[in-house]
Design a protein around this ligand. Structure first.
Ligand code: HEC
Length: 152
């Protein structure tokens, strides 16, 4: 195991990832939130207002979620997550994770942190309800017609 450390450090250097000192959050970044416990997560989700899918569709369009995650929550490339058909509690948790600094490890995650920090609890609940109202993508990654939710 010990022998792997120099290799990992070399790989990290190649990838431009900081070593222990460099990986510390920059001064301007908020301290990362503490890890969820099942109780604190349940409480955070229960504290969100009820979501409305129609309003969530507006959030999806007006906050540019559609530009990366696709018109109907099915992303045009594999670099961006499909959101259609996810359970509302899943989407809400992901957005709270980004918003509170629990997911920072990729450039995309840091981008999503900035996006999520613009959302109110109501918008999180609404957009989560909207994705939950949409059908899951087909296995080939294309969207299903939104009016016919089937499990073909
Ligand atoms: C500029 C492109 C971009 C925009 C705009 C954007 N996202 Fe994202 N989103 C991403 C990327 C990239 C990831 C994957 C980030 C990572 O590595 O964690 C992601 C991840 C997510 C995830 C987590 C998915 C999962 O299963 O882990 C959710 C939920 C999400 N976005 C919702 C939204 C919502 C809601 C909006 C609009 C308010 C939005 N995104 C706007 C690019 C974008």
């Amino acid at each position: 195991m010990r022998r792997m450390i120099p290799t990992l450090l070399a790989a990290a250097a190649l990838l431009g990832i900081g070593t222990a000192a460099g990986a510390a959050p920059a001064a301007h970044e908020a301290a990362p939130a503490s890890a969820w416990t099942s109780a604190s997560l349940r409480q955070a989700l229960a504290a969100l207002p009820p979501g409305d899918a129609k309003r969530g569709e507006q959030v999806h369009r007006q906050m540019f979620c559609a530009s990366c995650h696709g018109e109907v929550g099915v992303a045009p490339t594999l670099n961006w997550a499909h959101l259609a058909g996810q359970k509302a509690s899943y989407t809400a948790k992901m957005l709270l994770d980004y918003q509170q600094g629990r997911r920072l490890e990729t450039e995309g995650a840091r981008l999503m942190r900035d996006v999520a920090q613009m959302l109110t609890p109501q918008q999180i609940a609404d957009v989560a309800a909207y994705y939950a109202s949409l059908p899951l993508p087909r296995d080939d990654g294309t969207p299903r017609p939104v009016s016919s939710v089937t499990h073909a």
